[in-house]
Design a protein around this ligand. Structure first.
Ligand code: HEC
Length: 139
């Protein structure tokens, strides 16, 4: 009798601890600073190749249009609101047909640009309304 209650107590304790561990992990995951989902960035890569790569380069390195990766990107958009990037990506581009890329594809392209510039992905999708007032990290 005594022995079995000891066993069940230790079982109960270890179950409690692993539950606490799982909770701590879940909290960490939801607090992780992700800006977009990797699915958005993958779709954005395709939309970018279709609508933007001819002028900005297949690797965003710049050609007829400026580079959209690295120093050039951070000088222009670091510490600025997402809306600044959104205006360039969605409202002013592509150069010959501004505004011709759908909001959904433009959002995906923004996710792709953030990914290529080292901004972390997460579990919440980038949103073309709610996220416009968020300030991008400065680098
Ligand atoms: C026909 C060529 C052309 C195409 C296609 C094009 N761009 Fe551009 N883009 C330019 C040029 C030239 C500039 C620089 C002049 C300007 O800002 O208007 C520029 C500027 C930009 C800037 C501002 C960069 C900075 O550092 O100031 C962004 C962001 C941008 N383009 C994104 C895009 C995206 C996203 C697409 C696709 C949806 C795209 N462009 C398609 C030629 C193009």
């Amino acid at each position: 009798m005594k022995r079995s209650s000891k066993v069940s107590l230790s079982l109960l304790l270890s179950a409690t601890f692993s539950f606490a561990g799982a909770l701590a992990l879940a909290q960490y995951a939801s607090a992780s600073p992700g800006w977009y989902t990797t699915a958005q960035a993958a779709n954005g890569a395709k939309a970018y190749q279709n609508a933007c790569a001819s002028c900005h380069g297949a690797k965003l390195q710049g050609a007829m249009g400026p580079a959209l990766v690295g120093k050039q990107f951070w000088v222009t958009y670091g510490g600025k609101k997402v809306s600044t990037l959104w205006s360039a990506v969605h409202t002013e581009m592509p150069m010959m047909a501004p505004g011709s890329v759908s909001a959904r594809n433009s959002t995906n392209i923004m996710a792709f640009l953030l990914q290529q510039n080292g901004v972390p992905a997460g579990s919440t999708p980038l949103d073309d309304t709610a996220d416009l007032s968020k300030v991008l990290p400065a680098k």
